[in-house]
Design a protein around this ligand. Sequence first.
Ligand code: IVH
Length: 711
Amino acid sequence: MNDTQSENGNVAVPDLTKAQAKQELDRLAACIDSANTAYHRDDNPDISDAQYDALKRRNAEIEARFPALKRDDSPSERVGGALAEGFGKVQHALRMLSLGNAFDDDDVQEFDQRIRKYLGLAPDAALTYTAEPKIDGLSLSLRYENGALVQAATRGDGSVGENVTANARTISDIPIQLDGAPDVLEVRGEVYMSHADFAALNRRQAAAGLKTFANPRNAAAGSLRQLDAQITKDRPLRFFAYAWGELSAPLADTQSGAIARLDQLGFATNPLTQTCDSPDALIAHYRGIEEQRADLGYDIDGVVYKVDDLGLQSRLGFRSTTPRWAIAHKFPAELAWTVLEAIDIQVGRTGALSPVARLQPVTVGGVVVSNATLHNEDYIAGRDGNGAPIREGRDVRVGDWVQVYRAGDVIPKIKDVDLARRPVGAVPYTFPRTCPECHSDAIREEGDAVRRCSGGIICPAQAVEKLKHFVSRAAFDIEGLGAKQIEQFYTDGWIATPADIFTLRARYGDGMQQLKNREGWGEKSAGNLFDAIDEKRAIPLARLIFSLGMRHVGESGAALLANHYTSWAQFEDAMTAATVGEGAAWDDLISIDGVGAVMATSVITTFQQEAERASIDQLVAQLDVQDAAQRAMDSPVAGKTVVFTGTLEQMTRAEAKARAEALGAKVSGSVSAKTDILVAGPGAGSKAKKAADLGIETMDEASWLALIETA
Ligand code: IVH
C-alpha cells in the first residue's frame, strides 16, 4: 500500500491537495446523498451503517482540514434525527380540495349559469366573483394556533398530507408568528419557485454533479419535500396565500375580504387578484393575465374564479373533490413537433389496449416529453368513434413528424401529423388483434372505442395493473409497496390478487428470511412492509370501493357510492340484488346524484362476475372496512330517508338534495313506508297526503333548515 493511502484506498486526509479535497468532498456528498435516498426514500439501503458512518466521518475530517471548501449543502449539516423519521402524516382538519376546470369561454359562462341555477338566482341578479392567477406549484396548509405557526402539511391525498413544518419555517414568505389572527387559523396557498431562482438552482445542481429539475414546480416540490430542512432553507421557495382551512373565527364575509385580511396578517397574496361582476369581466381579466404571463417571473397555468360572497360559497358547498363555487380556467396547451419513433401497446387494468407514442424527446412548454398517448386505433387511423374524419383523415405512422400537445399535468397527446415530412415507405399502422401480453383475443365491442384483451384475470398485464391501482395513493396507499414491488411480487408468484397482499405475512412472515434475502429487501424494510400492510386493514369504505378498480368508478364515484350506502354490507347487498336497467336496487343506485347508467352497469356487472366476486370477497374478509360519513353520521338526519315536495323558497331542489346528502340523509323522490321525513313547501299535494296517511313526520322548509343547522 502506498503510504499516502489509508486502508480503504483513499488518500489520507493530511496528504490531500486542495484540488483533491474539493473533488473528494463532491464525491462524498454525492455518495451520502445517494445512500440517504436509498435508505429514506426507497427504504432500500445500499450500504451498511458502518460504511455510511465512514463516509460521513471522512467528509467531516476533510471539511475540518479545508474549511473554505465546505459545500453549501454539506452532508455534515444534516440533522440526524430529522433524517431518520421520514415525514409524519397529518390529518387535515378540513380536506384540501382540487378544482374543476374550464377550458374555454363557454365553460366559464356555464360555470356562472350552474351557480345561478343552484342558488336560484335570476340571470341578471348581481353576483360577484374573484379572479386570480392559478400558481403552478404545490399546495401547502399552514396551521397557526394563538398566532404561532404550529404545523405545515402538504396536500397529500387531500385528507392526509405530509408534515413539512420544519421545512415551511425556512420559507421567508411564511410568517412564523402572527399578530391579531384568530386563535385557530389554517392558511392555504401555493409554494412555488421563481424562474430566476429555478435557473440558478439548476446551475448549482449541475455544477455539483447533482440532478437538475425539469421545471420550477418539480424543483419546488423536490425542495419542500426534503427530509433535511437545511436543504429546503437553501432553496429559494416562495408562497402565495389564497385560501384557508379550519378557522376559530371568520376572516371576512367575502373571499376578497378574507384575502385582504391574510395580506394584513403578513402573507404574500397575489397582486393580480381582482373582483369581477360578470363572466365577461372574468374572461377579460383572464386575457389580461394571459398577456402578462411570460413576464410574471413564475409559472401559472390558468386563472381561478371564486364566488366572492362566503355565505353563497357555503350554500354552494362541494362535489366529492371540488367546490361548486370555484373553477380553474386553464391556459391553452403548449405545442411542439417531433418524430414518432414507435408505437407501443400498453394493457391497462380493465384490459384496454392503449397505444403509446414513443417520441424523439422534445421540450413542450418547459418539460421534456418522450411519450404521448395516441388514444385508440381510430385515433391513429384518423377517424373518430363514429367513423368521421379527424385531422382531415390523416393517419399517424411510425416515422412521421407529429405535433405534441401538453396541457398542464395532463398526459401529452399527439394532435397532428405533417404529411409533407412523411418518410418514403412509411406504412399504415396495424392495430394488434391479440393482447401483446397474454395473446388472448383483443376484442372491440360495438360502440366501444377501445379494443380490450379478453384474457381477464389470466392476463398478467391486467392482473398487475389492477394490483398497482389497488396499492396506489388514492386507494390502499401501502407504504413500501409501490408499482415496482408489485411487479416483483407478481413475477415471483407471491401476490396474484389483492387479498394475497394481506396474507403475505401469514404465508411468508415466519420466513421473513426469504423476503429479507431478496434483492432490495433488508430485515427492516421487510418488517416495515408487513406492518404497513396491517395498518391498512382498517380502510374507509370509499377507498375500498375505489381500489377495486371497476371501470368508470373513479375516486369521486367511489365517494358517492360510499356516502350513499354507508357500509360495505349494505353496498354489497344492494349490488348483489341489483339487475342492470330495472328494479328497486337499480333505481336506488342511479338515483344518486352523479351516478349514471354507465357507472351503475359497470359496478353491477363486476359483482356478477364470479371470479371477480370471489376475489372481492376474499379481500374483504381480510379487512376492517370503516363506514362512510362518520361526520355525517353524527347529524340529526344521518341515515334518514327524506322527500322534498312543494315549492322550496330558500334553496333550489338541487341544493336541498346535496345538503341533505352531505349530512348523511338519503333523498328520495317518492313517499313510502321507508320515508322518515317529508319536507313540504307550499303547494304540496298527494305526497303530503300520503305521508299523513302513513304517519310520516312532516315539516316545512324553515323547520328543516333549523334541524340541519344544528348539524
Ligand atoms: S383555490 C377549494 N386558488 O390548484 C379550492 N387553488 O387544481 C382550493 N392552485 O390544489 C384551491 N393557485 O394547489 C386555489 N389561486 C389559487 C390557486 C390554486 C393554484 C392549486 C391548488 C389546488 C389546485 C387545484
